[in-house]
Design a protein around this ligand. Structure first.
Ligand SMILES: Cc1cc2nc3c(=O)[nH]c(=O)nc-3n(C[C@H](O)[C@H](O)[C@H](O)COP(=O)(O)OP(=O)(O)OC[C@H]3O[C@@H](n4cnc5c(N)ncnc54)[C@H](O)[C@@H]3O)c2cc1C
Length: 410
């Protein structure tokens, strides 16, 4: 069977959904082909035993400009984590935004890092927060670690505070290698906004985007082949004037081999329930020698994540950790950091996620360090691997793809 339309979007993650939303809003006839049976790609939420479990701990920062443009944030009923993170043992709060010398002093007294190094780190983050995006884009593409050192952040602060925090954000054990062109934007959004989860789980984000082009979506439709004039699924051909490839990086390279493969980072999240009340609302950053990178007591911030008031804890680590032994270690380390007895924590689910995030190291080969070229062999290639590895990057990429398609359609 053959179908004619103005544009085909391959992939219903946030990049493809954002593109489809704009193409639909312009009155164009678009079809979105998604291989899975639901929209969202790397953002999805399971409902298990009365809990909402995001497939890998992740947060939406409402300060993301693209989220403000494309989402009805009020309708998501965001539940926000407090600013700052709890760092080190004994834990204390380091705020990236408020001027809080008391917390730095406590942190420094715990011999975690020096007050001078911490204040340099916070000063750098604040400068990113106050800078306009256009200024950040103009900064040279350098590794974040070298940049922070240049700005007075000492080794102890880097290894004991900055890197443990950023390892979880970027999904890699060597966050100092990340390009400051990307890292500066991430720090900016941490200073400006409070990361949050929707009341119905992260899945509410793609669900909301999908509702803008509901008629265009076709699930269980893996695309097998494509050209600039159309695409083929197993049993249908879609002929169109614009093809938008909006898959993850590995699928994009499989369909369009001239694309450069992207190195990716893996992440694992374990969900634990607790038989007792658990303290802390801030994100807890695990010490540098821990297997874990961070812990979030989800239900202290997002009570809707539990149907019956039982506590839900997300503990995450860089890398793939599928085994029962790793889960046991994660449970023990979570218990220590929360100050509860390990036997009070029970594992509810485990999500080892391969290829969770594209790496974004310096130097970037592309002329624009934040973006790869949009067109390849006449096909519009979008997704977080073409922009920054985040919900913001995926949405911006979707907007750019839609604008180019609409310009080409005339
Ligand atoms: C564990 C984890 C934690 C994260 N934490 C954060 C965070 O805190 N903050 C943040 O901003 N970002 C975070 N991210 C990143 C963010 O989720 C992604 O950047 C974003 O969702 C990528 O969207 P995308 O549309 O580019 O790709 P995807 O979500 O991968 O969507 C691609 C879609 O294409 C489909 N597809 C693939 N091949 C085909 C084919 N042949 N035919 C049809 N369909 C196909 C896939 O099924 C998928 O639905 C995290 C990601 C993970 C996994």
């Amino acid at each position: 069977m053959s179908v004619e339309c103005d544009a085909v979007v391959v992939g219903a993650g946030v990049a493809g959904l954002t593109a489809a939303k704009h193409i639909t809003a312009a009155g164009r006839d678009v079809v979105v082909l998604e291989q899975a049976s639901a929209a969202g790609g790397r953002i999805s939420t399971d409902r298990v035993d009365g809990f909402l479990l995001d497939r890998g701990f992740q947060l939406l920062n409402p300060a993301y400009p693209a989220a403000q443009r494309n989402l009805d944030l009020a309708a998501l009923q965001l539940q926000s984590f407090p600013k700052g993170a709890r760092i080190g043992v004994p834990a204390t709060v380091l705020s990236l935004s408020a001027f809080s010398p008391q917390s730095w002093y406590r942190l420094a007294r715990g011999k975690v890092a020096s007050v001078r190094g911490l204040s340099a780190l916070v000063r750098y983050a604040l400068r990113c927060g106050w800078s306009e995006p256009a200024r950040l884009r103009q900064r040279p593409d350098l590794p974040l670690g070298a940049t922070l050192r240049e700005h007075g952040v000492d080794d102890a602060t880097l290894t004991e505070v900055a890197y443990p925090f950023l390892a979880g954000v970027f999904g890699q054990d060597d966050p100092g290698a990340v390009s400051r062109n990307y890292a500066d934007f991430v720090l900016r959004s941490f200073v400006r906004g409070r990361p949050a989860v929707p009341s119905q789980g992260m899945q509410a984000i793609p669900d909301q985007l999908a509702s803008s082009s509901a008629g265009a979506l076709r699930y269980d439709s893996p695309v097998r082949r494509l050209t600039s004039q159309g695409v083929h699924t197993d049993d249908e051909e879609f002929r169109c004037r614009a093809v938008v490839l909006a898959t993850d990086a590995a699928s994009a390279t499989a369909l369009l081999p001239s694309l450069r493969p992207r190195p990716m980072n893996d992440l694992t999240t374990w969900y634990f329930t607790s038989g007792t009340e658990v303290p802390y609302r801030e994100l807890i950053v695990a010490p540098a020698d821990s297997m874990l990178c961070n812990i979030a007591v989800m239900t202290n911030t997002a009570p809707t994540y539990s149907a019956d008031g039982r506590a839900l804890i997300a503990a995450s680590a860089v890398g793939l950790w599928p085994t029962a032994e790793a889960a046991e270690l994660a449970r023990e380390q979570t218990a220590v950091l929360l100050g509860v007895a390990p036997h009070l924590l029970a594992e509810t689910a485990r999500y080892p996620i391969a290829d969770a995030l594209p790496r974004f190291d310096s130097p970037r080969p592309s002329a624009d360090p934040l973006r790869n070229p949009l067109l390849r062999e006449g096909i519009y290639v979008i997704g977080d691997h073409q922009d920054t590895p985040s919900i913001q990057g995926a949405m911006v990429s979707g907007e750019r793809g839609a604008a180019a398609v609409l310009a080409a359609l005339g």
